[in-house]
Design a protein around this ligand. Structure first.
Ligand code: BV8
Length: 235
């Protein structure tokens, strides 16, 4: 890893699968019994707020029953020990990277444990049930909270910071994502175009596998700790 200074890592639902968190495009193609378009869009929320709130309430409640796995822990160790720049960009809205201890971490699609008030525009930590129409923790008004989640058609968070990191990275690593959703699925091309080495670790080839210099197929719980060992050994 001599010539590697700056690393960008992208994770998707596959990194949380072994913790028991459902992925999105599993065998039945449904999202915990829902079609993605029916729940993860502003239109769906406007059409049926109770359905959408309950969908996210269930997933938020589920977070209290799962733990970070070996992949989350290995990435947190890398975050702590890697001397160069490192940015972990996760598409996941769970809190498992946070609980594992990753600090140079960014949730580009938002977080289940955050509430966004459409009246005061404030975001607050939230781990309850939003369908019960609780008051906004900041402005105390009822009736304006929505999940702090980036839905389809909405702009992912901190894109400038991500683009800057991709422009300067020497290594781009994609873990546990199907490469089905943009702009995240395009990051590998940006990194490669800038001359970075690119590595994919996934249970099976993602839609963008051919963009990667190297692909390691298998479970994140096994592949990621082994890869982190490799990287830290060569510092
Ligand atoms: C935007 C939050 C513009 C919600 C999510 C046509 C072409 C190109 C793009 C588009 C298009 N039409 C529309 C678009 C844009 C759209 C898009 O990409 N659509 C796709 C479907 C074509 N994108 C957007 O709308 C984005 N916004 O473009 O805004 C804009 C511009 C200006 C101004 C305003 C707006 C917003 C996208 C964000 C949507 N929100 N999530 C929620 O979570 O409830 S996306 C959702 O899918 C999740 O966040 C998830 O992160 C993401 C990707 O899924 P994955 O994480 O990859 O999960 P998946 O199940 O698919 O795959 C899991 C993988 O893990 C599999 O490969 C599996 O093999 C592997 N795996 C399983 N187990 C393991 C494992 N790997 C290792 N170990 C294991 N144990």
């Amino acid at each position: 890893m001599k010539d590697i200074q700056n690393i960008v890592i992208l994770t998707g639902a596959g990194v949380s699968a072994e913790s028991g968190v459902a992925t999105f495009r599993g065998p039945d193609g449904l999202w915990e019994g829902h079609r993605v378009e029916d729940v993860a869009t502003p239109e769906a929320f406007a059409r049926d707020p109770a359905l959408v709130q309950n969908f996210y309430d269930e997933r938020r409640a589920k977070l209290k029953t799962v733990e970070p796995n070996a992949a989350h822990q290995a990435l947190a160790r890398l975050d702590e020990q890697w001397p160069g720049d490192l940015l972990l960009v996760t598409q996941n809205v769970d809190d498992l990277h946070d609980r594992a201890g990753s600090e140079r971490l960014l949730h580009m699609h938002g977080e289940l444990n955050s509430a966004w008030c459409r009246l005061c525009d404030g975001r607050s930590p939230f781990d309850g049930r939003m369908a019960a129409d609780p008051a906004c923790p900041r402005c105390d008004h009822h009736g304006y909270l929505r999940p702090d989640i980036v839905w389809f058609g909405e702009m992912p968070y901190q894109m400038e910071r991500i683009e800057r990191a991709l422009a300067q990275c020497d290594l781009f690593v994609s873990i546990g994502t199907s490469g089905a959703v943009y702009p995240a699925a395009g990051f590998v091309q940006t990194a490669r175009y800038r001359g970075a080495r690119t590595l994919e670790m996934n249970l099976d080839p993602s839609e963008g596998s051919f963009h990667f210099h190297e692909s390691r197929m298998g479970r994140a719980g096994g592949l990621v700790p082994a890869w982190v060992e490799e990287v830290l050994r060569d510092i």
